[in-house]
Design a protein around this ligand. Structure first.
Ligand SMILES: Cc1cc2nc3c(=O)[nH]c(=O)nc-3n(C[C@H](O)[C@H](O)[C@H](O)COP(=O)(O)OP(=O)(O)OC[C@H]3O[C@@H](n4cnc5c(N)ncnc54)[C@H](O)[C@@H]3O)c2cc1C
Ligand code: FES
Length: 279
């Protein structure tokens, strides 16, 4: 499907937050008022952010779907993300989107929702949490498990602080490595170890997973072992992207293109393709 913005449109940075040493959030506003008024996205979708002469990268949208500003939380990895990290409030980027098929929010209604995330891989799930909280009465239990490698790596700290205190959310954080001097009152160990003590009713459960592929594969396996149906487990996949519109083939995932058919796939579809290199 053609997105609202299929050629880069100017978006101004109205706020920049440094989340951790290597992770930052850009809060963007489309400069054309008619585009800003029409821009809508679904939880789990992404935009392509463009810097002329540098390149373009896919980045999940982490805002509340009801908000006017478009938030992106970005880890510095290579050329484009380094250049984005140097931008300051008031500067502009190019933005195309929104792209992709997001989370099945309607299918989650009336079910218990388990969201399992790893590191900044939590980004695609953030707008889903906002959407659930906006219509909280439609969902059963909402459990959010976030794991990071090192306690320093927790991004979106203010959002997690809010959610940890939220009476309608069950939130658990886990870090594999803790510094003795750090203030980490939560679980020490891999996020997957939290599964062992987790109570769940498989027939009521729907799960959203995002993060490193190995972590999603292991989490999906644990949920399936506990009796959750493969079609009730959803994974947000990442692949290198160029066009984001199903034209160039860079994001091929077996017979699918992640940009067009995903990034969210059910486990029944993704299972035979996980961890496979090449086509
Ligand atoms: C649908 C989707 C949503 C994404 N959402 C976010 C987000 O919210 N925040 C965020 O920080 N990043 C996100 N990413 C990843 C982001 O697009 C890449 O980190 C970015 O493209 C790297 O570009 P670069 O020019 O900075 O680095 P490059 O020079 O392109 O890459 C540097 C190194 O990172 C590796 N790399 C590049 N892209 C990826 C990738 N997708 N997965 C694993 N390794 C990669 C390269 O192979 C290379 O080794 C998302 C990716 C996809 C496909
Ligand atoms: S990025 Fe071109 S087909 Fe997906």
């Amino acid at each position: 499907m053609t997105p609202l913005i299929d050629l880069p449109a100017e978006a101004r940075i109205v706020e920049r937050l440094q989340e951790t040493e290597t992770i930052f959030t850009l809060r963007l506003q489309l400069t054309a008022p008619e585009l800003a008024a029409r821009y809508r996205f679904a939880p789990g979708q992404f935009n392509m952010l463009y810097l002329p002469g540098v390149g373009e990268v896919p980045i999940s949208i982490v805002s509340d779907p009801r908000a006017d500003l478009i938030d992106h939380t970005i880890r510095v990895v290579g050329g484009v993300t380094q250049a984005l990290a140097r931008l300051q409030t008031g500067e502009v980027v190019g933005l195309r989107g929104p792209f992709g098929r997001g989370w099945p929010m309607q299918a989650a209604e009336g079910r218990d929702l388990f969201i399992v995330t790893g590191g900044l891989g939590c980004a695609p799930s953030v707008s889903a949490v906002h959407a659930v909280l906006a219509r909280r009465e439609r969902y059963g239990r909402v459990v959010l498990l976030e794991g990071v490698r090192h306690c320093r790596d927790l991004a979106l700290k203010s959002r997690f602080a809010e959610w940890l205190d939220h009476p309608d959310l069950e939130v658990q954080l886990a870090a594999c490595e803790i510094e003795p001097s750090s203030d980490w009152p939560w679980h020490t160990g891999n996020v997957l170890t939290l599964f062992d003590e987790l109570e769940l009713k498989p027939e009521r459960t729907l799960a959203f997973l995002c993060g490193p592929e190995g972590m999603m594969e292991a989490a999906a396996g644990k949920l399936a072992e506990r009796g959750v149906n493969d079609r009730a487990i959803f994974l947000s996949m990442e692949r290198n992207m160029q066009c984001a519109q199903g034209l160039c083939g860079h994001c091929q995932f077996g017979p699918h293109f992640v940009c067009r058919d995903g990034p969210v796939f059910d486990y029944a579809t993704a299972r035979p393709l996980l961890g496979k290199r090449g086509l």
